[in-house]
Design a binder for this molecule. Structure first.
Ligand code: DON
Length: 582
């Protein structure tokens, strides 16, 4: 009897063990985490789109700087080595977790509309939107915020001098760096846009008009000079004095409207972060004028009501729920989001769990609801785009996530003569006319109409995650309208599917933005899954040429493991990304 009982217990134990093993083997997490490995380090980690810029941040960490010092160094270095999106002439957002104060900071350094901007400035005589003016003229530029943002972040939360953190960027511009394959390739593709402006042509190409070959030293003396002025004088080195004079002279000569007053009045603004919860995690992300934070939290709240994990990562049932949720969020974006200094954005309502439950109740779990049953359809412009995100963690527990941009790749393509930097075309992110989509196919109205001093609505979503109260992940992405859904999936892959950071940002993503009514699925999703989704009524697109960009984002991210180990993940989607740790 005794023996029989023992045998039975062993058998039960064996069956239980095999059952668990089988269940775990079905779990896609296991496959991903053995497939993708982050870069490991214990003292500090910088992840950005470009090798020399990540290394610039690492140099500052090694010299004893904190995450903010390193982020500022990386931000200035990207302006030199990744001019597609790295910039002095653009703007962005930065999320900081400051360990010493256990505080999250959301710094808004988005561009501002100049004082002479007005609601109808991009309409022609017939009242139609003139896309050329809103994207490629000097009127397309908002007052740049990057220099104020980076210098403010350093002065308030950094520990080193501006001169020290800017030294790598000044060196990269003045002494030059070996032309990278990714910049070489990009300059080739945007040669026409850059050469349309003689100053940009001279800055990025040789005197005979040819490209610097990969490996050849590429110097930017005017940019080095501008950077040195900023290092000496702080933000006044950019918003006042010779750089400001040159910028205003370029505006006056070329029909732009930014003047000295606009530059002097520019302010970086600390705002109340958007926070949310998802299972055991806390999410802290960027508030308006970013739409990203509000909608990431809105979508997480909706999705939290389903057991997504049991559906399986990237299964048709999972993607269906994700897609339907995205449609509701982007519909809300078109109506409710804008600069909070000018328009009362209903943040609390949009990010409440009750509102999410109401959306969830409307979602049909069997078939797609056509977007036309939610709102009107625009045409989509297929311009290509660039923005860039960098994430930093140090060994003190500080974390930084910052996304900044010129809007399009190389902005409006126009450089300030003698100052070495490109100007943004961020004014196109405003809604030039209600119901007419911007370059990302995004709709907007009153909330995002052009007004002097107002900041155009953005999708940039630098985000921090907290696990058990401790800072856990810093992430964000470029990708225009797709940024919000890229960040959503990066954090869901961590919080819902327990993926390591490299897996979380590498596995295939999807995107839907309500209008146009199409579900873009990156390569890597199974044909079977796409077919099932098609049968459920989704308008599935898989050809990158039909996408908003050739890939969905580029989410440079860091996770701080519970044991303190730093894990950096460079997104493989765009060339050149690099995780640098020590
Ligand atoms: O702020 C925004 O939402 C856009 N100006 C971002 C543009 C962008 O991400 C282009 N990138 N790939």
């Amino acid at each position: 009897m005794q023996v029989l009982r023992k045998v039975a217990m062993v058998m039960v134990a064996f069956l239980a063990f095999t059952h668990v093993a089988v269940a775990e083997n079905k779990d896609p997490i296991i496959i991903y985490d053995t497939q993708f490995h982050p870069t490991l380090a214990k003292n500090g980690m910088v992840v950005s789109q470009e090798y020399y810029a990540s290394e610039a941040g690492l140099e500052i960490l090694r010299a004893g700087g904190n995450a903010v010092d390193a982020a500022v160094a990386t931000g200035f270095a990207l302006a030199v080595t990744h001019p597609q999106a790295g910039n002095l002439g653009g703007g962005g957002f930065m999320m900081v977790y400051l360990k010493s104060e256990d505080r999250v900071i959301a710094l808004d350094y988005r561009e501002m509309a100049p004082a002479r901007a007005h609601k109808d400035m991009f309409l022609d005589e017939a009242g139609n939107v003139d896309n050329n003016r809103s994207r490629f003229s000097l009127k397309a530029s908002g007052v740049p915020g990057t220099v104020m943002g980076l210098t403010t972040a350093l002065a308030t939360y950094g520990s080193m001098s501006l001169k020290d953190v800017m030294a790598p960027a000044i060196r990269l511009a003045g002494e030059g760096f070996p032309m990278t394959w990714s910049l070489y390739d990009s300059l080739g593709r945007y040669e026409k846009r850059l050469k349309a402006d003689p100053v940009s042509g001279a800055n990025y190409f040789k005197a005979d008009g040819s490209r610097y070959e990969p490996g050849e030293t590429f110097k930017q003396p005017d940019l080095a000079h501008t950077l040195s002025l900023i290092a000496d004088k702080g933000s006044a080195g950019f918003y006042e004095g010779p750089v400001a004079d040159k910028l205003v002279a370029a505006m006056t000569a070329g029909g732009g409207i930014i003047d000295h007053e606009d530059l002097k009045n520019y302010k970086a603004v600390e705002r109340q972060p958007i926070t949310g919860t998802y299972r055991g995690y806390k999410v802290a992300t960027m508030p308006p004028p970013s739409s990203g934070g509000v909608h990431v939290v809105e979508m997480l709240n909706v999705l939290e009501g389903w057991d997504l994990k049991s559906l399986g990562h990237n299964s048709a049932a999972y993607i269906h729920r994700l897609t339907e949720t995205m449609k509701y969020a982007y519909a809300d974006r078109s109506k409710y989001l804008g600069d909070p200094d000018f328009y009362p954005v209903p943040v609390k309502a949009l990010t409440s769990k009750d509102y999410a439950a109401a959306i969830r109740a409307k979602i049909n779990l069997e078939s797609a609801t056509p977007s036309t049953e939610i709102g009107p359809a625009p045409d989509l412009d297929r311009e290509s785009h660039d923005t860039t995100h960098f994430s930093v963690a140090d060994n003190q527990g500080n974390m930084v996530a910052s996304t900044y941009t010129l809007n399009f790749t190389y902005g409006n393509g126009k450089s300030v003569e003698g100052a070495g930097f490109l100007l943004n075309n961020e004014m196109d992110d405003f809604s030039a006319k209600p119901g007419v989509p911007n370059a990302f196919g995004l709709l907007g109205g009153e909330a995002n109409a052009i007004e002097p001093g107002k900041r155009p609505l953005s999708s940039m979503t630098p985000t921090l995650l907290f696990k058990n109260g401790e800072p856990y992940m810093a992430t964000g992405s470029p990708g225009g309208s797709t940024i919000i859904t890229v960040v959503l999936q990066a954090v869901l892959n961590v919080m819902e599917f327990d993926m390591n950071v490299q897996a979380a940002i590498t596995v295939p993503r999807i995107h839907h933005q309500w209008f146009p009514d199409r579900l873009f699925m990156e390569p890597g999703h199974s044909v079977d899954t796409r077919r099932i989704l098609g049968k459920m009524g989704h308008n599935v697109k898989t050809d990158p040429r039909e996408a908003f960009d050739s890939v969905l984002g580029s989410a440079q991210s860091v996770v701080r493991g519970e044991n303190g180990l730093l894990m950096g993940a460079a997104d493989p989607r765009r060339p050149g990304s690099h995780a640098a740790g020590y």
